[in-house]
Design a protein around this ligand. Structure first.
Ligand code: NIG
Ligand code: FE
Length: 391
């Protein structure tokens, strides 16, 4: 017989069910076989095999981090300190992590990923994307994706992160490698292809060629666009119906209009602007234009070494003028949309049983209490995977 779990005493339940857009209070939730089967007033909670009372806590869907780079070795703390002392951020810094990653053993990469996966879970991230992009040779990119796919199904081939040192005089040769043998070796371990389209990385024509090759190999498309300066990235994303255009820090009105008329999600990664001391993207302008906005950590050792979605939410609310509820939706439902997933990021009947019990009476506390760990318990597919304060 199926195991069912009831969660009662929910002070505020966020489901993102369009049929019930308002928050439920004094609510309950039932999970069966790893999926949500019922939500409603706790007085009507059906009989279940087990019941957990959360004593008035807020419950939200597990966070969906649609943009992360956890396949690396080493760190760049000194580069961060230099930046805070006035050095600018440049795409070329990626090459120092490439050297460390190439020198690492499989086990070193695997244990760094396990450490970051545990951090993601502790911060309530129950689904995460993992990009390659610090190997930049056929075997190094292939092994990054092979190891990443041990932890997540959302694996992204980012051979086009930057042109590696050995190809600086032959960028066209590197694009040929990425779209040829590297793509062939990596596609079996990847669901997505990504390209860093920006100053110091790849231009619009190169990005288009790389994404089109990925599509032919059966991969979905995403792009690092308009992070360091205005450029063609967003237009390429919309033209190719990419699932997501990420960063979107420097957008023209034409870029905003293009996103608004498309099904491409704008994924904002405020940890990167925080850690590179750059202007934040204008989330309000995008949302007011009708663009679907997601929030992601961009966890990587160079521009955004955070696994805290709550931190991203707090910045999005304080600095990017998102409402707390828009920010939570961006970190859950819209993160799922950026990965073209309908089974996560919400708690409608049928969703995966991925949710967070906050140590707070409302989800507003995620932004209202910056720097405070409000993530009390995390469930994935109905199983308790993190418990900060055991009952
Ligand atoms: O998303 N922008 C490109 N890639 C990463 C940075 C990687 C790095 O600096 O190591 C980003 O910010
Ligand atoms: Fe990134």
């Amino acid at each position: 017989m199926a195991e069912s779990l009831g969660i009662r005493g929910i002070g505020e339940l966020t489901t993102f069910d369009p049929a019930h857009p308002e928050l439920l209070t004094d609510a309950a939730l039932v999970i069966e076989d790893g999926c949500v089967v019922w939500t409603g007033p706790q007085g009507q909670l059906p009989v279940t095999d087990a019941v957990v009372d959360v004593h008035g806590a807020a419950v939200i869907p597990g966070f969906v981090d649609s943009h992360a780079h956890p396949m690396f070795a080493g760190d760049r703390a000194a580069e961060f300190a230099a930046r805070m002392a006035g050095q600018p951020y440049a795409a070329g810094g990626i090459r120092s992590t490439v050297a460390r990653t190439r020198a690492a053993s499989d086990d070193e990469l695997r244990s760094n990923l396990a450490r970051l996966t545990a951090e993601f879970l502790r911060s309530g991230i129950t689904t995460f994307e993992a990009k390659s992009g610090y190997g930049l040779t056929v075997p190094d990119e292939e092994r990054s994706l092979r190891i990443a796919s041990e932890q997540t199904t959302e694996t992204t081939f980012l051979g086009a992160h930057v042109v590696p040192q050995e190809f600086v005089d032959d960028p066209a040769g590197y694009v040929a490698l990425v779209t040829g043998p590297m793509l062939q070796a990596c596609a079996p371990h990847a669901r997505w292809i990504d390209v860093f389209c920006d100053r110091g990385a790849f231009d619009g024509d190169q990005a288009r060629a790389i994404l089109q090759a990925g599509r032919v190999a059966g991969l979905g498309l995403r792009i690092h666009a308009n992070q360091l300066q205005p450029g063609p990235g967003v237009q390429v994303a919309v033209e190719l119906d990419a699932a997501s255009a990420d960063h979107c820090t420097h957008l023209s009105d034409t870029d905003v209009d293009a996103l608004a008329g498309s099904s491409t999600v704008a994924t904002l990664v405020p940890g990167a602007e925080f850690s590179t001391r750059s202007p934040y993207p204008d989330a309000r302008r995008l949302i007011d234009a009708g663009v679907s906005v997601a929030l992601a950590t961009d966890c990587n050792p160079g521009s955004s070494y955070t696994t805290s979605m709550a931190f991203c939410i707090a910045i999005a609310v304080r600095e990017m003028h998102m409402t707390p509820s828009e920010a939570v939706q961006a970190a859950t439902l819209h993160g799922a949309r950026a990965l073209r997933r309908t089974d996560v990021g919400h708690l409608r009947a049928g969703a995966s049983g991925d949710f967070i019990v906050l140590d707070a009476p409302s989800a507003i506390h995620l932004a209202y209490r910056p720097g405070v760990d409000c993530i009390d318990r995390v469930y994935r597919q109905g199983h308790l995977v993190h418990e900060r304060s055991p009952l």
